[in-house]
Ligand binder design. Structure first.
Ligand code: ZN
Ligand code: ZN
Length: 348
């Protein structure tokens, strides 16, 4: 059976990063297109909101005041989930009741002083400054003695539970590898040892040859819908050069990353003509002091929208009890993302 025969019927696809499977039921997307592209009215958000704790010059919880910042601005989260001075400790009972203390740091990165912008509508120099800030933070937090992983992420949109529209992301630095990074790290390491090549390098070569799931490329980065995508419009953003962390990007590559971040978010916004919600984040090498030749810098975008600006996918039922499932194939999703205009719909 060839690929197109197999994938026209229900099938499972393997995710080599997490070593988990996703169920794909392509026939269900042959149902007539019920979702409509809605013009959801954009909130007339002002460039400055006096009640926003992220806007320049405003007071934050805990009595601190933001400076009158003019570009990406970083500060320690006032309600940090991890704290640097957590004392070491461990309890264990019969291997069933296990707990260990976890030290770390949580930072907040305001992408822009403008309350009303998103990555899709920021200028390239502003986005480049965000890339530089992420890189500086990885280097600084990753060099702390008890920090082994640095997670850069953005949670965007009320649908994702993000309470403040001000463009911002977070950086959590942990004493141990969190689950997702630990799983990927194990897969990347095993592949590197058995193939003497990186998993993502080999995967990129395959995708570039097939051109079925590639959405957009520039000189230094590739955006694609991964073969094993779970979320309807999930994408993977990978650097062409195999490097293991953001701070290793050279000047040109940082500009290229700013460019493809904007291209990615513009395409998302254009798909349903809405400010597209998502969780995105970069996976970078563990900061345990070891060299990690197996690690290949990449970012995941996990957007929840399914058929329109208001219809979202829920991970419930079979997905909570068994395995994730999707209707439209990764190939179809990539095609839709390729076909939308490259210019933001609000700028047309
Ligand atoms: Zn604000
Ligand atoms: Zn990853």
């Amino acid at each position: 059976m060839n690929f197109s025969e197999l994938v026209s019927r229900p099938h499972r696809r393997f995710n080599p990063l997490t070593r988990e499977w996703v169920l794909v039921s392509p026939y269900r997307s042959e149902r007539p297109w019920q979702g409509q592209v809605e013009n959801v009215p954009v909130e007339a958000a002002a460039a400055y909101d006096p009640n926003c704790y992220l806007c320049p010059g405003n007071a934050r919880a805990g009595g601190l005041t933001n400076p009158a910042y003019t570009e990406a601005f970083v500060f320690d989260n006032d309600f940090a989930a991890l704290q640097p001075d957590t004392p070491a400790g461990e309890v264990e009972e019969k291997g069933l009741l296990v707990a260990r203390s976890e030290a770390g740091r949580c930072r907040v990165v305001c992408f822009s002083p403008r309350h009303d912008l998103t990555m899709a509508r920021m200028s390239l120099p502003e986005l480049r400054r965000v890339v530089d800030t992420w890189a500086e933070e990885f280097l600084e937090l990753g060099s702390l003695p008890n920090i082994r992983s640095v997670q850069v992420f953005e949670n965007r949109g009320a649908m994702m539970g993000c309470s403040n529209p001000h463009p911002h992301g977070q950086i959590w630095a942990n004493q141990t590898l969190p689950n997702e990074l630990a799983q990927e790290q194990a897969s990347l390491g095993d592949y590197y040892r058995s193939h003497a090549a990186t998993l993502l390098g080999d995967y990129l070569a395959l995708e570039l040859e097939k051109q079925e799931r590639v959405v957009w490329v520039n000189e230094h980065f590739i955006l694609l819908v991964p073969y094993w995508a779970v979320w309807p419009f999930e994408t993977l953003l990978v650097s062409r050069r195999c490097l293991s962390a953001l701070h290793e990007l050279n000047d040109e590559e940082r500009d290229a990353l700013a460019d493809i971040l904007r291209q990615t978010t513009v395409r998302y916004d254009n798909l349903f003509k809405t400010s597209f919600p998502y969780t995105m984040g970069f996976h970078q090498r563990p900061t345990d002091g070891e060299a990690h030749p197996e690690f290949h810098l990449h970012a995941h975008f996990y957007p929840p929208l399914l058929r329109s600006a208001t219809v979202r996918k829920f991970m419930v039922g079979y997905e909570m009890l068994a395995m994730p499932q999707r209707d439209i194939t990764a190939e179809t999703a990539a095609q839709w993302l390729r076909e939308v205009p490259a210019r933001h719909y609000l700028d047309l």
